[in-house]
Design a protein around this ligand. Structure first.
Ligand SMILES: [Zn+2]
Length: 119
C-alpha cells in the first residue's frame, strides 16, 4: 500500500490530518489481520498507551463494520477464577471485576480481523 509520508511539501490538509491519527489505526488493522490480540499487546507493539489503543479500536470497529469483505472479531473478556464470560459486553475495555464471583482476575478481551468469504 503506498504511503504518502515522505513528501516534505505538498501535503494536503487531509493528509496532514491522517498522519498523526490514521497511521496507528492502519497499523492496528494490519496487526489484527488474521489473529487475536489484546489492547495491551497492541499497545506494546505500537508503543502507545493502552487507552489510545482502545480509542483507535472503536474507530477501527466502525471502519471494518462498513467493509463487507472483513469482519471485526472480539473474544470476550473472561473471569480467570470462575470462568464467567462477559458475552453481553460490547465495550472494548477490560472489565474490572467479575459480577459473578467478584474476582478482579479478568482476562482481557482479544480482538482480530478476519476476511469474510464473499458469495
Ligand atoms: Zn468470576
Amino acid at each position: 500500500m503506498p504511503r504518502p509520508r515522505n513528501k516534505p511539501y505538498g501535503i494536503t490538509p487531509r493528509e496532514a490530518m491522517l498522519i498523526p491519527e490514521g497511521t496507528p489505526r492502519q497499523r492496528i488493522v494490519e496487526l489484527l489481520n488474521g489473529t487475536r490480540l489484546s489492547s495491551y499487546q497492541l499497545a506494546q507493539m505500537l508503543s502507545i498507551a493502552e487507552r489510545q489503543v482502545e480509542e483507535h479500536l472503536t474507530h477501527v470497529v466502525k471502519t471494518i463494520a462498513r467493509d463487507k469483505t472483513r469482519q471485526f472479531i472480539m473474544d470476550p473478556a473472561r473471569c480467570q477464577d470462575c470462568a464467567f464470560i462477559f458475552r453481553d459486553r460490547s465495550r472494548l475495555t477490560r472489565p474490572s471485576r467479575c459480577p459473578h464471583c467478584r474476582s478482579e482476575a479478568i482476562a482481557a478481551p482479544r480482538f482480530g480481523i478476519t476476511l469474510t468469504v464473499s458469495s
